[in-house]
Ligand binder design. Structure first.
Ligand code: IDP
Ligand code: MG
Length: 143
């Protein structure tokens, strides 16, 4: 077990549907804590940079359009094994393939509109957290 931080995003559809609280409750009840949080409206350049790894994928234009259609909530979550734990709470990318009880199964609309983003590894978590937060904006128990 390791104390970790991970980046979580509540995507535009979930913000618009007013289900931020439902999603955050799931993180908290699983033992993750919010160490930083901010509402953000991504512009196209920011969304393209954040998802640059997917630039060549067929779903990239749709993903960028979705992530820029309204405000998002960006958060740093921290806790024991936060990266893997967050991914487990989120469920598989495609809500139809996700396990019942996960955020994406219960609340996702389709593979693009799947309500949440979560970092997938320690290296990407560090890069993604730094994309949105300065060190002094993170007020966790860890470090
Ligand atoms: P992840 O969010 O589960 O890590 P990634 O493969 O990193 O999944 O993809 C990033 C985001 O791009 C997904 O959360 C989803 O919104 C979108 N996406 C991924 N694969 C597809 C697809 O096959 N069709 C449509 N959208 C996709
Ligand atoms: Mg990913």
């Amino acid at each position: 077990m390791a104390l970790e931080r991970t980046l979580s995003i509540i995507k535009p559809g979930a913000v618009r549907r007013n289900i931020i609280g439902q999603i955050i409750s799931r993180f908290e009840s699983s033992g993750l804590r919010i160490a930083a949080a901010r509402m953000v409206r991504l512009d196209r350049e920011q969304a393209e940079r954040f998802y640059a790894v997917h630039r060549e994928r067929p779903f990239y234009p749709e993903l960028i359009a979705y992530m820029t259609e309204g405000p998002i909530l960006v958060m740093v979550l921290e806790g024991e094994d936060a990266i893997v734990k967050n991914r487990a709470i989120m469920g598989s990318t495609d809500p139809q393939k996700a396990t019942p009880g996960t955020i994406r199964f219960d609340l996702g609309k389709n593979t693009t509109r799947n309500t949440v983003h979560g970092s997938d590894a320690p290296e990407t978590a560090a890069v993604e957290i730094a994309f949105f937060f300065k060190p002094d904006e993170i007020c966790g128990r860890y470090a």
